[in-house]
Write a protein that binds this ligand. Structure first.
Ligand SMILES: Cc1cc2nc3c(=O)[nH]c(=O)nc-3n(C[C@H](O)[C@H](O)[C@H](O)COP(=O)(O)O)c2cc1C
Length: 367
């Protein structure tokens, strides 16, 4: 029998009890310093008890000027490590596994949150970027590469099982990859080789920091889904390069806030046909690499995930919104393969997260 949802798996030797990942989800449940609150720790315990194979944290800023949303987790200084260790200890006590998603918002950072002017590959402002960014100097690039590496080192010391670089959804790494946000004339802009230079330097610095045998993974955009943006063919080349450099797994997502109906978290996933909207891109990338491929985006019915895993379209499936409504979804699926996730893909969880100090499903609860 081929791989199915409840097959055991592993990423760079980290054993995972099934093929179901909680995709990175900003919860807005950290304090002003970026420390996890008890509420976040309790949520991760609940997710582990609910059976999820691997939790990827919400995006975690490697430097304070990289923040976008309030209540985001921080891994920007050594004094964060004890608070983060409480979180990883809780997950391990429950028998779970946890990767830290390392991120910098680049041009999407919000001055209202950081108090600083955003830094981006180029000063051209995206349609939905709140504050006009400043183009990064070579020195800024070097410092940010180092910030990612130090973030990864702290993640290892804080007890995380691995890291995931956020290379999607229009944040800094994606901004370098995309010709829409990267108009640089130097070695970091122009050809794809140049546009992926920042990612290569980040990856290499992270790898040097954590050593050869600890998991370093990426959530990679398969495409911006915007005319003139980063394309699937380019993503395939980036994925092949990442494998060559030594990446340990690739989670495939797509879109940015400017992609309209084809953004990262699409709405109206109301039938199996609308589910798994990144599956064909993930399959294309999987054909080109041997490292594990995780696919995210619109999984709701067990049979949709089961089919993709069974026919080799991906090695793991990842979900975000369904776990906000049903943190125990994996156990429910284990008991009943006909249970469709109750999430209606309304994205009300985002706004609730900003207004109420933490995400929640607006379909089931009031603050
Ligand atoms: C409230 C919320 C917060 C999110 N935060 C992150 C994040 O921190 N990092 C990330 O890579 N994706 C984030 N996403 C995107 C999800 O990980 C996922 O790619 C997307 O929602 C599609 O999967 P789904 O249909 O299972 O929700 C977030 C999505 C939601 C709804």
């Amino acid at each position: 029998m081929g791989t199915h949802l409840f097959s055991e798996g592993s990423i760079k030797g980290v054993a995972l009890k099934n093929r179901i990942v909680r995709s990175a989800t900003w919860e807005g449940m950290c304090d002003g310093e970026g420390n996890p609150t008890d509420r976040l720790i309790e949520l991760y315990r609940t997710l582990c008890r609910g059976g999820v194979g691997l939790i990827v944290t919400g995006y975690t800023f490697v430097r304070a000027d990289g923040r976008e949303m309030p209540g985001t987790m921080g891994i920007h200084s050594d004094d964060r490590i004890p608070a983060l260790k409480r979180l990883t200890d809780a997950v391990h006590e429950e028998g779970g596994r946890i990767f830290c998603q390392l991120f910098h918002a680049g041009g999407r950072a919000r001055t209202a949150v950081t108090g600083a002017r955003p830094l981006a590959p180029s000063a051209n402002k995206g349609a939905t970027v709140p504050d006009p960014p400043e183009a990064m100097s070579k020195q800024d690039i070097l410092e940010l590469v180092t910030a990612f590496a130090h973030g990864a080192g702290r993640a290892r010391r804080a007890g995380f099982d691995g890291v995931q670089l956020h290379g999607a959804h229009g944040y800094l790494i994606n901004q370098f990859l995309s010709p829409l946000t990267n108009a640089r004339q130097d070695a970091y802009g122009g050809s794809l080789e140049n546009r992926m230079r920042f990612l290569r330097e980040v990856y290499n610095a992270v790898r040097r920091e954590v050593g050869p045998s600890w998991p370093v993974t990426i959530k990679l955009t398969a495409a911006d889904n915007i005319p003139g943006g980063f394309t699937l063919e380019e993503a395939v080349t980036v994925a092949r390069n990442l494998e060559e450099w030594g990446i340990d797994a690739i989670e495939v997502s797509s879109g940015t806030r400017e992609s309209g109906e084809e953004g990262p978290a699409r709405v109206k996933i109301d039938s199996p046909e609308r589910e798994a909207y990144n599956a064909s891109s993930a399959r294309r990338i999987k054909m080109e690499v041997k490292v594990p491929v995780i696919v995210v985006g619109g999984f709701r019915s067990p049979e949709v995930g089961e089919t993709i895993l069974g026919n080799g379209g991906a090695d793991f499936i990842a979900l975000s919104r369904p776990f906000i409504r049903e943190p125990g979804l994996v156990r429910k699926w284990e008991a009943d393969r006909t249970h469709r996730a109750l999430c209606v893909s309304c994205n009300g969880c985002f706004l609730a997260g900003m207004k109420d100090g933490g995400i929640r499903c607006v379909q089931v609860s009031t603050p």
